[in-house]
Write a protein of this length. Structure first.
Length: 190
């Protein structure tokens, strides 16, 4: 079974909305505002590219990343790996042609079936709504979090507010950096 890893830039109060400057959110670009850049804090992002074998995202994240990431040197490895987009509305003719193999999945059941295939880890980028659904369905195996020392209040949250049984996590890696960022890697305990 493949490992499904949720990776996120997240505020201390759980917000993942528009970290890179996507329009429509009042705190858009919060990862770059008033936070000193410390390269070692982002080592995990390079490691994710080396270790993952596929990318999973929702339609909104695909539409934000696909016009930009294919031409960015820092995401070169992602260009060659298979991508999966979970969407009930996206069509094949809306997929970009310069970002490699992309498959549209129509349901969480199809994600569960993908996890059963041969291959290495699948990394989930962006996609707050998708993360909520995957977590509620018990499909996420690990979280890679870069926690920013910010309280953003409103916005899309990584974690669902569904009333459900307790989901236990085991901290397997952590670090804190001079700019206040914290790396937290958790395995989901089943």
């Amino acid at each position: 079974m493949r490992t499904l890893i949720s990776t996120a830039f997240i505020s201390l109060d759980g917000i993942v909305d528009s970290p890179g400057g996507e329009p429509g959110y009042r705190n858009s670009g919060w990862t770059f505002k008033d936070i000193e850049f410390v390269p070692e804090a982002f080592e995990i992002k390079e490691r994710e590219q080396r270790e993952s074998t596929a990318i999973l995202m929702g339609r909104v994240s695909y539409e934000a990343f696909s016009p930009v990431w294919p031409d960015m040197a820092e995401f070169a490895h992602y260009k060659t790996m298979p991508k999966y987009v979970v969407s009930t509305t996206l069509t094949d003719d809306q997929l970009v042609s310069n970002w490699g193999e992309t498959t549209i999945l129509r349901s969480l059941e199809e994600v569960a079936a993908l996890k059963e295939t041969e291959g290495g880890p699948i990394i989930i980028h962006g996609s707050a709504q998708l993360n909520n659904g995957l977590s509620d369905a018990g499909l996420i195996d690990r979280y890679h979090l870069l926690v920013f020392p910010l309280l953003l209040g409103a916005g899309k949250r990584l974690f669902s507010t569904t009333d459900k049984d307790t989901q236990r996590l085991k901290l397997i890696e952590q670090d804190a950096y001079s700019n206040g960022l914290q790396k937290q890697v958790f395995n989901v305990i089943r």
